[in-house]
Design a protein around this ligand. Structure first.
Ligand SMILES: O=C1O[C@H](COP(=O)(O)O)[C@@H](O)[C@H](O)[C@H]1O
Length: 228
């Protein structure tokens, strides 16, 4: 199957429509996984795009006791730094629901990219195929902390990132191969400045987001005008 055939584009007219659709997709994936496996393994995107969806999840009714939460990347900054992806997710959502603390797996990016990546690779060791990976798209086409021009590093499930073009320079990301080890992927693509990356993606140009090709393909939630 071609790359584009595995990329399903879902278009919406407003941010609120995207947020509601994403909310329902996440809750449905959770119900299905808990019915099948007894638990739900979700991997969160960072950045600004998913925050409103996380705020909706904070008010949702779900079987939180069976949710296990991971992050697709984080920035090497102090734990309580406003730019930490884990802080954003906790403030918007995770601190407001009854997911057991030991099932919230923050990336220990405060340890630095080498030690933090090693520790997170150990956290991921033996974890089954993820159920749902949520991803964002940067203006330069990056996703998670997989950046254009960087050598793809699949030596471990979590790997250090150096010289990120988007600050901070040091980061940790789940590797391409481990992100692809998932039943579902949902990209949330909104925000100014993403049009060029979307155009490249749709034209079949290789950008970091196109490294994500799990067996079931990916679903991209974006505005209709982005595809016009
Ligand atoms: O730096 C990052 O950027 C991407 C996109 O962020 P956004 O603010 O444009 O939504 C994000 O998906 C990634 O997790 C984050 O670390």
């Amino acid at each position: 199957m071609s790359l584009n055939a595995q990329t399903r584009w879902h278009t919406f007219q407003s941010q609120e429509e995207i947020n509601q659709a994403a909310l329902h997709r996440i809750l449905a994936a959770a119900d299905a996984a808990i019915a099948k496996y007894g638990n739900f393994l979700i991997v969160l995107a960072g950045g600004s795009t998913p925050k409103a969806v996380y705020q909706l999840l904070a008010k949702a009714d779900a079987d939180w006791a069976n949710w296990h939460v991971y992050h697709n990347d984080d920035r090497c900054l102090p734990v309580d730094h406003v730019e930490r992806n884990s802080k954003m997710a906790r403030d918007a959502w995770l601190s407001h629901v009854a997911i057991p603390e030991h099932q919230i797996h923050d990336i220990p990016a405060e340890l630095g990219n080498v030690d933090g990546a090693k520790a997170y690779a150990q956290t991921l060791a033996g974890v089954r195929t993820f159920d749902l990976v949520i991803l964002g798209l940067g203006e330069d086409g990056h996703t998670a902390s997989l950046f254009p021009g960087h050598v793809v590093n699949n030596t471990a499930d979590a790997v250090p990132v150096y010289h990120s073009p988007k600050p901070p320079a040091d980061r940790i990301t789940i590797s391409q191969d481990r992100l692809n080890n998932t039943h579902e992927v949902m990209f949330l693509v909104t925000g100014a400045g993403k049009q060029e990356a979307v155009d490249q993606w749709r034209a079949g140009v290789a950008i970091p987001a196109t490294l994500i090709q799990p067996p079931q393909g990916v679903d991209v939630y974006c505005f209709g005008v982005q595809l016009a």
